[in-house]
Design a protein around this ligand. Structure first.
Ligand code: CP
Length: 321
């Protein structure tokens, strides 16, 4: 058992052993999802609150389903219909929800560091479901799980991430996780989309899409965040598509067994053409399926840490008595 943290705030600093523990545990839960009865009683009595301060389809539903598959009790919160609208702070909101005897909080927030902040103010465990442009650890875990399903051990495998690295929390978590597992990571996109000194993370950076994708085992395509295009990062979406969009002609120049990934939501016809998104090379829907197993794994592992803490506290109490 190599998972000892009561939170999952990001993949930065996560070790190979910790990642393999999450992924191997997820593989067991993935088998359960193929059974006629897709549910286990493992987390009976545990309560998880899903606090989504930003829009989400996949992550939110995947966490909710993972919690239900583990038999946890779940609460879901949307900022748009909550007392946040009346001015309540993040800390007060979370502490009031925790006061209802909640054991874990899953949080998505537009502010980088919001999960870290909550972890300092709550006794509940905190799982980061995406914080601004910082990290999206469970997305990276499901990406890596899907890559391992297709390719086996990732040591030495070539993964190219295409697009808006600067604004992408997925790219950052993918880089941390993939590098810890020995994969070679190449980033490709317009230079305005590359964070300063990103090479320090042990990745190769290029603006040449053909060079970056010709020998890749995996091409992971990021969403162009249209909401951020006001900032002059791109001359136009049409130009981006011409220079970096992945279409059938570009895929034809890649390895014949290249794995095409995208975290979703897709801008069809912008960063990825519809025929490639729906092709046999694409594992986009497998990523979504695997997301439930990966989230079951992390919730389960954190619950084990909490149970161990409680057992230790009880032991201490008995000694004192
Ligand atoms: N991949 C991802 O985070 O999708 P959602 O924003 O729909 O959760």
């Amino acid at each position: 058992m190599r998972w000892t943290s009561r939170h999952l705030l990001g993949l930065e600093g996560t070790t190979r052993e910790e990642l393999l523990t999450i992924l191997d545990t997820a593989a067991k839960f993935r088998e359960i999802l193929d059974r006629p009865v897709k549910k286990v009683p493992t987390l009976r009595g545990v309560t998880v609150a899903n606090l989504f301060f930003e829009a989400s389809t996949r992550t939110r539903m995947s966490f909710e389903l993972a919690e239900k598959r583990l038999s946890a009790d779940t609460l879901s919160f949307s900022a748009s219909t909550s007392s946040v609208k009346k001015g309540e702070t993040l800390r007060d909101t979370a502490r009031n929800i925790e006061a209802m005897m909640v054991d874990m909080v899953v949080i998505r927030h537009s502010s980088p560091g919001a999960p870290h902040f909550l972890s300092q103010h709550l006794d509940a465990s905190v799982i980061n479901a995406g914080d601004g442009a910082h990290e999206h650890p469970t997305q990276a875990l499901l990406d890596i799980f899907t890559m391992r399903e297709r390719l086996g051990d990732l040591d030495g495998k070539r993964v190219t991430i295409v697009g808006d690295i600067l604004h992408s929390r997925v790219a950052k978590s993918d880089i941390y996780g993939l590098r810890a597992l020995g994969a070679e990571v190449t980033l490709v996109g317009p230079s305005t989309f590359m964070p300063a000194e990103v090479e320090r993370l042990g990745v190769t950076v290029t603006t040449d899409i053909e060079e970056a994708t010709s020998d890749a085992d995996v091409v992971n395509i990021l969403r162009i965040q249209r909401e951020r295009q006001e900032g002059g990062f791109l001359p136009s979406l049409r130009e981006y598509t011409a220079l970096f969009g992945i279409d059938a002609a570009r895929v034809a120049r890649m390895k014949p067994d290249v794995v095409i990934m995208h975290p979703g939501p897709i801008n069809r016809g912008v960063e990825l053409s519809p025929d490639v998104a729906d092709s046999e090379r694409s594992v986009i829907l497998e990523q979504v399926t695997n997301g439930v197993a990966v989230r079951m794994s992390i919730i389960y592992l954190i619950s084990r840490v909490r149970a161990a803490e409680r057992a230790e506290e009880l032991e201490l109490l008995e000694v004192e008595l």
